[in-house]
Design a protein around this ligand. Structure first.
Ligand code: BGC
Length: 364
């Protein structure tokens, strides 16, 4: 299908991803649906490199922040661009946890906290490609027992499937041979006006959450589950992302903007039932994104620490708040809070979760 593409669009090429890391081959894989939507994924970090979708005028653009080469992902990325995150997404306070009477020490890579699995996290490893065709790719990775401080040989499989209705489905499965903890997510930064656009503050967001988990000044949950009502965290009705982001508020100060865990209203939904977590659109491009998930929570992050040093695919700097993430997950620091949904994975059981990014466009 010939596309009406934005002028400065640069589509990542497979030849710029062919390299090795730790003796394993890296490449770039394309998914495509019959409507022309295209998703590019690399097995380095299981990253979503590019998503092409049309705007309200039928103009196609890449709406995911990232790079044109595998080398840049390896050498320049401090922000987990597009990556699969694990074995424990988000933060674990004091970079340690206790499980079954044993103490486990993890890498402190975020002040005194452990963040996104540390330097050996799933975003930094080369995943095995189990199968690939133009509608799906299945990736697999085995994290050896204790290799980054987590107990158990943890096997994780992630399948990305692109559906005809412009849904990108991500299905996660994890098993272990010793009791461990698991929290998996995907970390694309979206800009619905196209990567390279300088802001997402004009986007309009709704989050299906009555509550969020406030954090300490060290950016870990303080253990409370607090109502969003009457706070800048109230996105129960559509609200512009930028409307209250500069409000004088301790939580916004600690996060340097939005960087918080929202508790999804799951009602009576069963554990494996998809529930709407969030919907967001840009009044400029008319592009829409719905996020559905089986997970209990979603981290809304407004790219507050993007510093403009990295240039994106169009050669434009990835500046502060030029991308947003909606990371479906279990609550941060769950191992230290017994009243949060459990993140413990036992041998003989599978951790399973599904998240769907549904893309669309409307005349705003
Ligand atoms: C975290 C941010 C962090 C970013 C990049 C997000 O999931 O919540 O605090 O800066 O990932 O690692």
């Amino acid at each position: 299908m010939s596309k009406n593409l934005v002028n400065d669009l640069k589509i990542p090429r497979k030849q710029d991803f062919l390299m090795q890391k730790g003796g394993k081959d890296i490449s770039l894989y394309a998914l495509q649906n019959d409507k022309g939507m295209q998703v590019l994924i690399t097995n380095y970090g299981g990253r979503i490199v590019s998503i092409l979708t049309p705007d309200k005028n039928g103009k196609w653009d890449d709406i995911v922040l990232g790079f044109l080469t595998a080398k840049e992902y390896i050498e320049k990325d401090n922000y987990c661009y597009g990556a699969l995150i694990g074995p424990f997404a988000n933060r674990i306070a004091n970079a340690s946890f206790d499980l079954n009477g044993k103490h486990y020490a993890l890498e402190a890579n975020n002040g005194t906290n452990h963040l996104h699995g540390g330097q050996k996290g799933f975003h930094k490893v080369v995943w095995d490609v189990v199968s690939h065709d133009d509608k799906h790719i299945e990736l697999s990775y085995l994290l050896p027992h204790m290799s980054s401080g987590y107990p158990g040989n943890i096997r994780v499989n992630v399948t990305y499937t692109l559906h005809e209705n412009h849904e990108l489905e991500i299905a996660y499965n994890a098993t272990t041979d010793a009791t461990t903890i698991i929290n998996l997510t995907s970390h694309p930064y979206f800009n619905l006006d196209g990567e390279g656009d300088p802001t997402v503050l004009n986007h309009v967001l709704k989050i299906n959450a009555k509550n969020f988990t406030p954090m300490t000044s060290e950016n870990v949950p303080d253990g409370e589950i607090s109502p969003v009502e009457g706070t800048p965290f109230d996105f129960r009705e559509f609200k512009k992302v930028g409307d209250e982001i500069e409000t004088e508020n301790d939580q916004l100060r600690y996060g340097l903007g939005y960087d918080h865990n929202f508790v999804i209203n799951r009602g009576n939904a069963k554990e494996d039932e998809l529930v709407m977590a969030a919907s967001i659109y840009s009044p400029v491009s008319g592009r829409t994104l719905d996020v559905l998930t089986t997970e209990p929570a979603v981290q809304f992050y407004t790219g507050n620490t993007l510093d403009g040093v990295c240039l994106g695919k169009k050669g434009k700097p990835n500046v502060r708040r030029s991308g947003f993430c909606l990371e479906t997950q279990h609550f941060p620091d769950s191992p230290h809070h017994d009243h949060f949904p459990s993140v413990v994975l036992q041998p003989g059981h599978s951790f399973k979760s599904v998240t769907i990014y549904r893309f669309g466009s409307v005349h705003a």
